[in-house]
Design a protein around this ligand. Sequence first.
Ligand code: ZN
Ligand code: ZN
Length: 157
Amino acid sequence: MNDDKLKTSAQNAFTQYLLQKRLRKTPERYAILDKVFDTVEHFSVESLYASLEGEAFHVSKATVYNTVQLLIECGLVRRHQFDNKSAQYERVPGVGNHHHLICTQCGKIKEVKDPELIKVLNGKRYPTFTTDYFVLYVYGVCSRCAKRNRKNKNDNK
Ligand SMILES: [Zn+2]
Ligand SMILES: [Zn+2]
């Protein structure tokens, strides 16, 4: 599916959700949805708000926050909490399931796809529980930090 189609189907899903919850279909909510689907990388409420402002689209931060929560509830957006940073979000459709390699030293996050593992996890069934999705975080040290660590160690010799 290309990005336009993804966006259209996300808009439809969002409309269904708003109708079902008897919430208003405001242009602000759809503008935020559009922006989310134009963003491939992770974003925070702050960065989403800033990029809307950058396009002279004025909407309150509370509206951005609330709309992102609605998008999570209808399964279009996923929330991440990496360490003590503010919550990060990413769209679900079109991004594909990936997991995150997180450097415990510099906080850098790298996304990796691991189809083999995804297949195993997708096949997992837990009793008395229906899985919607899963998120996997792998903590370790990135190559840059590893290099710096080696250098520091040598310098201290
Ligand atoms: Zn690092
Ligand atoms: Zn991600």
